[in-house]
Design a protein around this ligand. Sequence first.
Ligand code: HEM
Length: 157
Amino acid sequence: MAWLQFSSLGHAMREHGVWAYGVVNLVHILGVASLFGSVLVLDLRLLGFRRTIPLRDISGPTVPIAATGFTVAALSGACLLATRATEYIGNPFIYIKFPAIGLGILNVIALNLLPAWKQHKLRDLSSREQFQLTVFGGLSLFCWLTAISAGRLIGYW
Ligand code: HEM
């Protein structure tokens, strides 16, 4: 945390005026909104909502928006953290938020290795495969909701 705070990124965040933090925070929230908005639509479909809409029609547009939103949130989040990183030490919500993000990413990696996900654009899935995707969708919702809730609460500690 000390290394991050005294890195050139930390200095730049503190030296660019009072608006720098606010603007980067806005970018962070736009990234989070893009990530969670698209993940929510995809995960609800994986959980069985709107089964009449083919999964590939939902995964096609939502996955790239989620990936872009995550990248924006991670880059802007690093800038926010660097501003006064040492002050977050001991804040319990960072110990909830970052493991939740890590678990969310592991869930995405595992999903991408799953034959049901790899083939969902090519063929109809069996009910067992659909159930597997339901589990991943539920875990994903849990991880990202936890990350958002803990992220919001960090500032109130
Ligand atoms: C991956 C790298 C990320 C880092 C380093 C990071 C870091 C931060 C920091 C330092 C804050 C400001 C906390 C404060 O003092 O109030 C923040 C706010 C927040 N973060 Fe992140 N974040 C990251 C990703 C995410 C992701 C993926 C999500 C959502 C899934 C998220 C959700 C939030 C929310 C909701 C807030 C509160 C913003 C506000 O109330 O204005 N963050 N983040």
